[in-house]
Design a protein. Sequence first.
Length: 400
Amino acid sequence: MVDIDSETGTKGAPTRRDYLKGGGALLGGGLLAGCTDLGSSGTPSGNTGTSETAESLDEPYSVTMEPMGEVDFETVPETWMAYFSTYGDMAIALGQLDGLRGLVFTENWPLAFYEHLPGVAVAFDGVPQLFGESGIDKEAFYEMDCDVHLMDPNFISRLADNWEEADFEEVANNVGPIIGNSIRRRDEDWHDYPYYSLYDAFERIADVFRERERYEAFAAVHDRLLSAIEAELPPEEDRPTVGLLSINSNFEEGSFYVYPVHDGNGHKQYRDLGVRGAFDDHIEGSYAEWDYEQLLDVDPDALVFQYGFSHVSTAEFETRVQQMREDPVGKRLTAVRNGRLYRGGTSYQGPVINLFQTEVAAKQFYPETFGEWNGLDTLSNEDERLFDYGRVADIINGGA
């Protein structure tokens, strides 16, 4: 399994394709390197999808999303695939799980979160993983025969650098439309077209499936959660400093991938919680590799291990952080001495995963305000939940 956390470099150097940059049109002029009007926040403004104005579900409609531009749909898609948990989670939130036909990665999803939603069962038994030792096989797209492909072709070309413009054009023309925008980080050099926030992107995927009511219901739950959290956040000077590391670091050798809190969907929950990123002023770029001495020089109040819920089990997480507790330098860290070593979220989060990851982080960072975090079992305590799990389940199951 390839670790697609590109900051760690485990997949090798970026293989940025230029097929979106030359102004050449693909799919009738749709595939361009950014033409969307931007609002003052730097994200696309307004609802560019036209599906809500269609007179009936049987009429053709279009949804606009960069880099593909305006994407036409003859009918509402019934089957779909996604590259990973960002857009896969969006489709699940919109009640489309039964239409899932394949994923670029079926592994490394935080599936344990869904288990806490009544009547929602998410499993990928029988769902093919498209990424293998030889990359991504184009023939698999014909075998899936999906009505829509939820993926950013730029991102796919970085995972499988043998994919060319003609390959994406072939899939879109012969199988089904492609739509999606990689929204993990804003500062990636290859992402030189408009970037969407989580709910900007989610809104457009809702337009693809003609699920406006479900989208609006999710947005209301999200907004209520953030409003409740913002009202209770302690003053900035009383908030802990938090160091973000990767659970995919080399614990045995004492070499750790460390991150600043970046401006993108991957760290949305940390920004929403007003986190003071301990490494923000010590890293040039998107990540660094540090040893124990460098961690001790900064010495954050808490350490959060990105991908702790998606890439490792509870037992595997404990095995890794125990090495930090036993290291002569590691055990001197404030976070180790105070027992503040936490499993962190995936940076490939859709709306359902984001709700859980926001609640988890709120409890980890501010236990006196939002309740103490004691592992995944904490989510079973209905009295201490920060959002309405039943409401989320009802939206997914059709009770929006």
